[in-house]
Design a protein around this ligand. Structure first.
Ligand SMILES: Nc1nc2c(ncn2[C@@H]2O[C@H](COP(=O)(O)OP(=O)(O)O)[C@@H](O)[C@H]2O)c(=O)[nH]1
Ligand SMILES: [Mg+2]
Length: 237
């Protein structure tokens, strides 16, 4: 079995080497693909060195900051043009505990998509300002009600797909770039009939570097859920 962890980066010089090393120490089956958007802090240069010394570390450089969604779509296509069976998504900033990847390896035997969830058994988020937590929490309830997808953490960016899920999604039609991207992918997987499950994670706010979250990303999710329902009901999904 071949497994790939895709990590998008923008200014993650202080995190990227350590996160790659922790992913690899969970299980040597994991290869890593980093999509770097020409980070001004030199993350890309560091990645060139890391990938030159390790054939299980891969890097794609894009010319500028183009957003999370298009970074993942680029990574998915790269993975699908090779022989990976499992394709995972993860942030570079240690908000997603690498150890959970071991749980994904177990769970994915029985499911097609395993999502790391902050909102199973209460709220498991550490060090977020209350405002941000409330936004995320209620955004998830809103998205769940509008989309009808029974996933507690629809905006989670930490998960593992079986290859066939990504093959079934028309990646060229994925439109969103921020949190909505995660909703859009979960929506597709669920309504295309794949077996989706969640496992609890404890999400910790980053200690190094800065968040790239913006108002624009939030608004995108507000209308995207309606667009997704429209596409589904008119059989365009
Ligand atoms: N390639 C790429 N990575 C990005 C971009 N925006 C954010 N990231 C990465 O996506 C992950 C999550 O971003 P982050 O700013 O921590 O968002 P937050 O956790 O929602 O505050 C991190 O690994 C970032 O470096 C982007 O435009 N391009
Ligand atoms: Mg983060």
């Amino acid at each position: 079995m071949k497994a790939l962890v895709i990590i998008p980066t923008y200014n993650e010089k202080g995190n990227i080497a350590e996160i790659i090393s922790q992913v690899q120490s969970v299980n040597p089956v994991f290869e890593v693909l980093v999509i770097d958007d020409n980070s001004p802090d030199g993350t890309g240069k560091l990645l060139d060195e890391l990938s030159q010394n390790d054939r299980k570390v891969h890097v794609i450089h894009r010319p500028g900051k183009m957003g999370l969604g298009t970074a993942y779509v680029t990574g998915f296509k790269w993975a699908l043009s090779r022989d990976y069976d499992l394709i995972c998504e993860m942030d570079a900033d240690f908000s997603h505990p690498p150890k959970t990847l071991a749980v994904y390896l177990e769970k994915i035997r029985d499911f097609d998509l395993v999502i790391g969830s902050r909102y199973l058994n209460g709220v498991n988020v550490v060090n977020w300002p209350l405002k941000r937590l409330l936004l995320s929490y209620f955004a998830n309830i809103y998205a769940r009600v509008v989309t009808g997808v029974p996933v507690r953490d629809l905006t989670s960016g930490f998960k593992c797909y079986r290859r066939k899920v990504l093959e079934a999604v028309n990646l060229d039609r994925i439109k969103s770039n921020g949190y909505a991207f995660q909703i859009e992918m979960h929506f597709n997987a669920y309504y295309k009939g794949f077996k989706v499950t969640e496992v609890p994670i404890i999400f910790e706010e980053r200690k190094v570097g800065q968040s790239k979250m913006s108002k624009k990303i939030v608004y995108e999710a507000v209308w995207m859920v309606w667009r997704l329902q429209w596409l589904r009901l008119t059989r365009q999904l």
